[in-house]
Design a protein around this ligand. Structure first.
Ligand code: ADP
Length: 475
């Protein structure tokens, strides 16, 4: 189909229809894009069997073949870049220029793991006596199931499916019910690229709980990978305990963004705009707590305030739009509650908070945020920049670390000793130093503390889908 819009789950290389449907809406217009089939329990069981059958077939492939198939998938995704990006803006709302960027970024994982597929080396271990030879080699984990969120409907999918296929694993994916269309389109293109049938199944469902439970309870599924909120991640992790599955969890963050007085301020402001407002602030790595050293506070605010006011809020298809709608009206309600709580507790508002209708939220700056406010502790997931003034380096490091999360952190400094001290002191899995956008397929993405387990991307991303087998031979 030329627009790559499909309305059914995709199991064993075929579309799977059911009689019950739900609507996937465009968050900008709140109108239905298409009614999609809601998967039934039979479909989930079929997908698990398809994954099991495909895993047997994948064992007969080799890394070079899988690499070539992945490269064909990469080429098809790039060939359909414009169509996929338009589909993404339609179902997710982000500005088209950001959707185009995400297709490149998401396709980057496919290309990277096409290359890494050939590098799953094992070890030759020096023996402790002369009568044994010790080796270890890597084998695919088996059938994998995964659940992905709505904020990056392509990249969150490719960075799981590509390493799984590279390793030789089959996959059953349940994408977010808000953005299933990109996932189905990706599975369709993977099939066109020559994926083993049943190696990439997509289950479209609005009953995430039931589908999640069937996937986590299955003894056939050997690994579970999740990207989403920490609350749901904890629940899925405990469900995986019953069958001792391998797990990867990419969960919530609460990223500090620190501007020290040694920073190059124009660069810091530019980095902050990207780290805060990309995807309307709906990213787990979005800057959430902006710490600015008090002696430069006024200067930074005077630079950033006009930039925030100039951001264009509109349908993602309009020209030069910076901020699309939030994913649904409830997301805007949550942002409004967090802002109101902060204002009630003494914060000050910079910007126009009048209602733009629908799920559109004007970008705002909330200054003088303190640890008493909910907005300090929760992911805002919206275009609101919260400012916390600080005086001392030791004070800001303690504040930055004093949250249960540890995904991404950013800081701006031109002081080399400070750069080392803060990079080493921040308890986060990823640090941007004088840089506000750090995600890259070639680097390990992931968090510490309650932000998750495991890494995606980098050479580490392949190991998440491999088991290491030790072989001891007596000679
Ligand atoms: P977000 O707030 O970003 O939507 P969620 O963690 O709620 O984050 O959702 C991420 C993914 O998890 C989505 O695909 C959603 O359908 C799924 N999900 C939500 N609740 C559950 C659950 N109880 N069990 C399994 N999956 C769930």
């Amino acid at each position: 189909m030329s627009n790559l819009i499909f309305s059914d789950s995709f199991i064993n290389g075929e579309f799977y229809k059911t009689d019950t449907h739900f609507s996937v809406n465009d968050p900008a217009t709140e109108k239905s894009i298409v009614d999609v089939s809601d998967i039934d329990e039979r479909g989930v069981s079929l997908a698990i069997s398809a994954g099991q059958g495909a895993f047997v077939k994948l064992k007969a492939t080799n890394a070079t073949e899988r690499s070539e198939t992945l490269m064909r998938w990469y080429e098809l995704v790039i060939k359909h870049k414009q169509t996929l990006a338009e589909l993404m803006t339609k179902e997710q709302g982000k500005p088209l220029k950001e959707s185009l960027g995400e297709i490149d970024y998401g396709a980057g994982f496919i290309k990277w793991f096409a290359e890494e597929a050939k590098r799953s080396y094992g070890d030759v271990i020096p023996p402790t006596d002369n009568t044994h030879r010790l080796t270890s080699f890597k084998q695919p984990v088996g059938v994998v199931a995964g659940i992905t969120p709505w904020n990056f409907p392509v990249a969150m999918v490719t960075r799981k499916i590509a390493p799984a296929y590279a390793a030789g694993c089959s996959f059953i994916l349940k994408p977010s019910e808000h953005t299933p269309l990109c996932a189905i389109a990706l599975a369709y293109l993977a099939d066109q690229a020559g994926f083993v049938k049943g190696a990439f199944n997509v289950l479209v469902s609005q009953d995430a709980k039931t589908v999640g439970k069937m996937l986590t309870d299955s003894e056939i599924v050997r690994k579970f990978t999740f990207t989403g909120s920490t609350g749901v991640g904890k629940q899925l992790l405990s469900q995986c305990a019953s069958t001792i599955k391998r797990t990867s969890m990419e969960l919530g963050g609460n990223a500090p963004f620190i501007i020290f007085d040694s920073a190059e301020l124009d660069e810091a402001v530019e980095g902050l705009m990207a780290a805060k407002f990309r995807n309307s602030g709906q990213a787990c790595v979005a800057a959430n707590r902006i710490f600015i050293q008090r002696n430069i506070l006024d200067k930074v605010l005077s630079k950033i305030t006009p930039k925030v006011a100039a951001l264009k809020v509109a349908n993602g298809f309009e020209d030069d739009v910076d901020i699309g709608p939030l994913i649904y009206p409830k997301a805007k309600e949550k942002v409004q509650q967090l802002v109101q709580d902060a204002l009630d507790k003494g914060a000050t508002l910079i910007g126009d908070n009048s209602d733009l209708g629908g799920s559109f939220q004007n970008p705002l700056i909330v200054n003088n945020v303190t640890t008493e406010m909910d907005i300090y502790h929760e992911e805002v997931f919206g275009p609101v920049l919260t400012v916390i003034p600080f005086d001392e380096e030791s004070e800001v490091l303690a504040l930055a670390n004093d949250v249960p999360f540890g995904l991404a952190a950013y800081f701006y400094s031109q002081n080399i000793k400070q750069i080392y001290r803060i990079s080493e002191g921040l308890e986060f899995g990823m640090i941007g130093v004088n840089e506000g956008v750090i995600s890259n397929p070639v680097a390990p993405f992931g968090g510490v503390k309650q932000s998750g387990l495991g890494r995606e991307g980098g050479h580490q991303g392949l190991d998440e889908y491999l088991e290491e087998k030790y072989v001891c031979i007596k000679v």
